[in-house]
Design a protein around this ligand. Sequence first.
Ligand SMILES: NC(=O)c1ccc[n+]([C@@H]2O[C@H](COP(=O)([O-])OP(=O)(O)OC[C@H]3O[C@@H](n4cnc5c(N)ncnc54)[C@H](O)[C@@H]3O)[C@@H](O)[C@H]2O)c1
Length: 249
Amino acid sequence: MLADRTIIVTGAASGIGRACATRLLEQGNRVVAVDLGRDALEAEHGGETGSLRLVAGDVALPETAARASAAAVSAFGGVDGLAHFAAAHSKLNWQEADAEEFNRILSINVTGSFLMAKAVAETMIKHGTRGAMVLTASGGVLMGGTGEQGRGGPAYTTSKGGVLILVRCLAKSWGRHGIRVNALSPGVVETAMTSNYTAEAKKGAAARAALGRISQPEDQASTAIWLLSDDAGFITGENVNVNGGAAFG
Ligand SMILES: NC(=O)c1ccc[n+]([C@@H]2O[C@H](COP(=O)([O-])OP(=O)(O)OC[C@H]3O[C@@H](n4cnc5c(N)ncnc54)[C@H](O)[C@@H]3O)[C@@H](O)[C@H]2O)c1
């Protein structure tokens, strides 16, 4: 349970980010919701309120992270947490992927994670806030990804491996400031990102999970919120798999 905190949520116009922003608001938190387009954010969240600010921008650009942090400070006086879900998928296989695709995906998924986390940490340190962050990796990192059946290929899966290492680096860098950083590694989740998965891919993922189903966005959102809360107050630099038991299948 988390309440009365200010959390920046990226990827908030869809899937896991939307579910996380919605639940945080329901629990009495303040949210700065970030995504590519303002129209999509407004469509999903119904416009700004006393506890919600909307920021449209590309997380691969430093100015987006700066604007999101500035919005949290000007509207709510600071920031207590980052739930970073924004990412781009790539199902191109090793033959189809080229330098442009690899760089595009790494720039959004890895550089974007770094830039968001950096801007939030700078704000926390400036305000003396002992906060927490969750960056999103993927269960695919454990298995490797070829791009078959619409699933993540080498560019996407490598980018998520980068996020895992980034979490370790940042947790070490900011621990002395009381800032925790952890990774969330979802299994297959029913969102827009997996709309390209073949029916066979989704069926296989459900069969591999000990719990016998794929995930809903709320399964991921609740774990991310727990990681941001004081209940997870001595956990940092870790990776939490939320895949219904698929990793050992
Ligand atoms: N869905 C899955 O099965 C699954 C599995 C493992 C990991 N993940 C990870 O979970 C996170 C959330 O994924 P989801 O399934 O909710 O996806 P989604 O496609 O439903 O939502 C992703 C959101 O990120 C936004 N976004 C994309 N690029 C952006 C950019 N450059 N700047 C700002 N916003 C951007 C999109 O507009 C979208 O609203 C991602 O990091 C994804 O890689 C998802």
